[in-house]
Design a protein around this ligand. Structure first.
Ligand code: ATP
Ligand code: MG
Length: 236
C-alpha cells in the first residue's frame, strides 16, 4: 500500500538516513522508534514532502509521491507542538483543510461535527486554541488532520509535550480512532512503551538505518541485533 524504497538523505557530509526500505500495509499502525538523531523525522518528512530525500522512492497506492507537492499528497499530519492556527476557533481549524479543498458549507459543517465527536471535543467548537489544554489541542490537530479522510496519517512525537497521564489517555483515543477510521498510521516516537502499546509493527531506527522491523513481540523476544535487544529491553 505504502512503499518506501532506498530512501537516503544527506545534509552536506552528514548522512541523516541511509537506505531505508519499508512496506506498510493498508490500515496498519507502524511506528518509527529509535534514539534522537536516528533519522525518524527525516524519513517521515520525505513521505510528507517537506524535505525531498537525496535519493529513493515513495509509492502510495501505486503512485510515485516524490514528484507530487506536499499539499497534494493527501497525507494527514500531526506534530509534537500544537500547530493549530491560533486566531481560528477549534471548528474553523478543523474546517480549514476542507475549505482549501472547496467543500460545500453543509459538507464542512457535518464533517467538522463528525471529527470533533471522533476526538470527543464536540462541545468546544467555538473555543480558541489558547483556551484549551495541550492534550485537547493535540486532539484538535488530530481531528483536523483526519478531516478530509486521508488514507495515511503521519504523526511525529505528537504526545511528547504532554504529561504521562494525558499521554496515556490520548494513546487510548488514538487506538480507538485508528480502529474506527481504518486510516494507515505512521507514528514516530522515541518512547518504546508508547511504541509497544500502539503499534502493529515497529521499525527500529539506529544511525539512519532500520535495524529491525517487526511486532513488539518479535523485537522483544527475537532481537536481530545487540542494539535492538538493548533498546527494547531497557527503559531509557
Ligand atoms: P529526534 O528523536 O531527536 O527527533 P530523529 O530520529 O527524528 O531524532 P532526524 O531529525 O531525522 O532524527 O535527524 C537525523 C540526523 O540528521 C541527525 O543527525 C540530525 O542532526 C541530522 N539532520 C536533520 N535535519 C538536518 C538539517 N536540516 N541539517 C543538517 N542535519 C540535519
Ligand atoms: Mg524527530
Amino acid at each position: 500500500f505504502l512503499s518506501i524504497k532506498n530512501i537516503r538523505k544527506t545534509y552536506g557530509s552528514v548522512i541523516a538516513v541511509e537506505d531505508v526500505t519499508l512496506d506498510i500495509a493498508k490500515g496498519e499502525f507502524l511506528t518509527f522508534l529509535g534514539p534522537s538523531g536516528s533519522g525518524k523525522s527525516t524519513t517521515l518528512f520525505a513521505i510528507a514532502g517537506f524535505e525531498a530525500p537525496t535519493s529513493g522512492e515513495v509509492i502510495l497506492d501505486g503512485q510515485a509521491l516524490l514528484d507530487i507537492p506536499s499539499h497534494k499528497r493527501n497525507i494527514g499530519m500531526v506534530f509534537q507542538r500544537y500547530t493549530l492556527f491560533p486566531h481560528l476557533t477549534v471548528g474553523e481549524n478543523v474546517a480549514f483543510p476542507l475549505r482549501v479543498r472547496r467543500k460545500s458549507a453543509s459538507e464542512i459543517k457535518s464533517k467538522v461535527a463528525e471529527m470533533l465527536e471522533l476526538v470527543q471535543l464536540q462541545d468546544m467548537a467555538d473555543r480558541l486554541p489558547s483556551q484549551m489544554s495541550g492534550g485537547q489541542q493535540q486532539r484538535v490537530a488530530l481531528a483536523r488532520a483526519l478531516a478530509y479522510d486521508p488514507p495515511v496519517l503521519l504523526m511525529d512525537e505528537p504526545l511528547s509535550a504532554l504529561d504521562k497521564k494525558l499521554r496515556e489517555e490520548i494513546q487510548t483515543q488514538i487506538r480507538r480512532i485508528h480502529k474506527e477510521t481504518g486510516v494507515t498510521i505512521l507514528y514516530v516516537t522515541h518512547d518504546q512503551e508508547e511504541a509497544l502499546r500502539l503499534s502493529d509493527r515497529i521499525a527500529l531506527f539506529n544511525q539512519g538505518r532500520i535495524e529491525q522491523v517487526g511486532t513488539g513481540h518479535d523485537l522483544y523476544f527475537n532481537p536481530a541485533t545487540r542494539f535492538v535487544a538493548g533498546f527494547i529491553g531497557n527503559s531509557n
